[in-house]
Design a binder for this molecule. Sequence first.
Ligand code: OOG
Ligand code: NI
Length: 461
Amino acid sequence: MISQWQLRAAFAARLSEMYGREVPAYTTLVDVSREVNEDVLRAQGADAERLGSISRVTAERHGAIRVGTPAELAQVARVFGALGMRPVGFYDLREAAASAVPVVSTAFRPVDGEELARNPFRVFTSMLTPADPRFFDADLRARLETFLAGRELFPPELLALADRAEEARELPDADAERFLQLAVSAFELSTEPIDKTWYETLERVSAVAADIGGVRSTHINHLTPRVLDIDELYRRMTERGIEMIDTIQGPPRWKGPDLLLRQTSFRALAEPRALRTPDGQVTSGALRVRFGEVEARGIAVTREGRALYDRLLTLLDQRTAAHPGADRAELAHSLWTEHVPGTERELAAQKLGYFTYHLAPDRPRDGSRPPEALDDLLAQGWVRAEPLVYEDFLPRSAAGIFQSNLSDAGSRDNDQQGAAYDSDWLSGAMDRDVLDPFALYERQQNQSLAQVAAELELHLT
Ligand code: OOG
Ligand code: NI
């Protein structure tokens, strides 16, 4: 029998192999990430593993896929459900970007601490929004929906195996093998010729719309390794002559604790694709839709911590606008230094970050009673706090990543009202709850506190 987490780990590994064959630059990114991680581990020792063991971090990936309809999204949810991955968070990329990205997204990922530690594979999953009149007029919407309704992304055999795996939380070896083959091939780049005219019609709205609705299958867009020093990675990739996007998205580099998520990518590569022209000829063209992304993960923040982050981004935008000559990264650095607590202890005390709490192995053993307040337990060495790593995504960064890999801004008619999509809508489309990331971190934190309280026979205050 192959258990759910083994299926998940095997799927991530095979997807990585497949994608490495399709996009060799990805292999370079993985190699350079590994080198950077080894160097950081050598330089920092145990500190380097504060937000995950080196084995977790080395194997860690997130994928990005894009689908066209609620029905397709519901099928994706079954495939990932088989791997113990649940939809977490709602991201509206239609609002976040200056240019047009007509999608809404969620991330499928494991949610339990133990499952995350075994293999944290996650997939940022976007769904096209044909019903949004800012992007698609009635005629194009109708053509798009007809086109999408006529395609099959996932064969029925795959979905049947997925349902069995989700229900039993394991599969017999032979079925697991079949499931993995079908699941990986569902995300391969198709060689089927693309209708050039149709693709270009959608491209005028958005390159992302064309990538999703212009073809009869889906594919993995990128697979993102995790690195412990993203600034160093950026330098080394640039040294190798790989063209990176202009910036690292997310919080700046600074002296305090790493928070949330920092991401960057290399530019989408021209990949050969077969195109069918209106006269029926098949020619070889090139499309730039897939890019290579890399990320560094920091501590998960509370709602208050997140509000602070969002406030600082707004301030940063204002300061950047007010000082056109200034370096945005430097402005960000000074804003951070001014407003963000510089230590984990302060983050926890101000309830800005999530931590789990554990009995300290070297706690007092002189028969004294432990204090009742968490602050005192920490200060007097009874309890230790371990930061929770951020397992999710950032809408503004995601929009920036989408955007910086589009050569054309596309079009959006801002005189129209946008179609309403939200987390509940997405839940309904999949018939599965889209989980609230804050609630998941909070649950982990509370469980650890309850356990500490039980072990010390305390009512924690
Ligand atoms: C997703 C873009 C966003 C991230 O990690 O935030 C993203 C896509 O290109 O499909 O990958
Ligand atoms: Ni990504």
